[in-house]
Design a protein around this ligand. Structure first.
Ligand SMILES: NC(=O)c1ccc[n+]([C@@H]2O[C@H](COP(=O)([O-])OP(=O)(O)OC[C@H]3O[C@@H](n4cnc5c(N)ncnc54)[C@H](O)[C@@H]3O)[C@@H](O)[C@H]2O)c1
Length: 323
């Protein structure tokens, strides 16, 4: 089956492209390359350089290829930036994506998997977070994702079925690919860049949370486990199953633990600066993935050490990221 990946040259999309190839699918990628990397897409994969809001380009993609399903990764991801320039996020994550949907529907597409986020839950009161937890995002990025989930649900009237995967913290690397966001805001690459002396120190925001060591706890999920979850989501859509599913490991790691493991793995000095909590940062965000695991054989294979080791393998051999 031909699967169109929007944003497939980005971090999670490029890993999923490789896994799809490995599993016998035919991935096709459309990406502006604004935040993605051409080198991350193998030469045998058909690549369209452009915006998903470009009606001619997107129509051409559907005409030239018999697309069986879409995985929609394209979007802006920086929660902090969304608070400074919310319309940039609404415009891309909602308007552009809706323009794209209209063309997909016109071309009779029936299946779409959407990259949603744990950010839709905001500051949940109960851990682990289930899909029944209230959705009250604390930043505009999270709101754009929640709106688009709702827009997708409305498209069932056109026969377009969706699965929204609510990712927790994607991390790690595989297939000689890695995480190379610019600017980078994710903890693990920032720690590893500090080990490589590309940054002076790593800031720990808050050491007085009600967690075992006082630092924030998050659920880190290996990007290869995430990629596998997309394959399972496609299989669910084939069976007519839709819905919203958390994708995490169900285990939390604190910032301090992540730094300590990184020190062990890199065997390098990682200077830390402790600073006060950032406003709105929850103490703990850990997924319940029971819902997804009840209906699929998907289980996360990698733990936090595997994640950091794989990220380090890539960062230490590609200190400047993608060329
Ligand atoms: N990285 C995470 O931890 C995480 C967590 C939760 C959800 N997500 C979601 O997963 C998806 C992928 O995240 P990522 O970390 O791979 O981000 P990324 O920035 O590496 O990838 C996104 C890709 O989309 C492309 N893009 C953006 N707008 C586009 C447009 N209008 N048309 C065509 N291409 C466009 C970018 O160039 C980039 O290659 C995003 O939707 C993000 O919101 C990521």
């Amino acid at each position: 089956m031909k699967v169109l990946l929007t944003g497939g040259a980005g971090y999670i999309g490029s890993h999923t492209t490789r896994l799809l190839l490995e599993k016998g699918f035919t991935p096709i990628v459309v990406d502006t390359l604004e935040n993605g990397h051409r080198e991350a897409i193998p030469s045998e994969v058909k690549f369209y350089n452009g915006n998903i809001n470009n009606k001619e380009l997107v129509s051409k993609i559907f005409i030239e290829n018999e697309i069986g399903a879409i995985i929609h990764f394209a979007g802006y991801i920086e929660a902090g930036e969304s608070m400074k320039d919310p319309l940039k996020f609404y415009n891309n994550n909602v308007s552009n994506a809706t323009t794209f949907l209209k063309i997909a529907i016109k071309n009779n597409i029936k299946k779409i998997v959407f990259s949603s986020t744990a950010g839709v839950y905001g500051q949940p009161k109960e851990m682990p977070i289930t899909e029944l937890s209230p959705t009250v995002p604390t930043n505009y990025y999270g709101w754009t994702k929640l709106f688009f989930e709702n827009i997708l649900d409305s498209c069932k009237v056109y026969g377009l079925n969706n699965i929204c995967l609510r990712y927790f913290n994607a991390a790690g690397a595989g297939y000689n690919l890695g995480e190379d966001h610019s600017p980078e805001s994710h903890l693990i690459p920032l720690i590893l860049k500090t080990a490589l002396k590309q940054r002076e120190s790593i800031k720990v925001f808050g050491t007085d949370f009600p967690t075992p060591d006082g630092t924030g706890v998050r659920d880190y999920i290996h990007v290869l486990d995430l990629a596998e979850a997309h394959i399972e989501a496609l299989k669910l859509l084939d069976k007519g199953i839709t819905g919203k599913y958390n994708v995490g490991t169900g285990k939390g790691s604190s910032v301090k633990e992540v730094i300590d493991i990184s020190k062990q793995i890199t065997n390098l000095d990682i200077p830390v600066i402790e600073t006060p909590r950032r406003e709105g940062d929850p103490a703990e965000l850990v997924a319940s993935t029971e819902k997804f695991q009840r209906i699929t054989p998907w289980r996360p294979k990698y733990d936090i050490k595997d994640i950091i080791q794989s990220a380090w393998n890539w960062h230490s051999s590609n200190p400047q990221g993608f060329k």
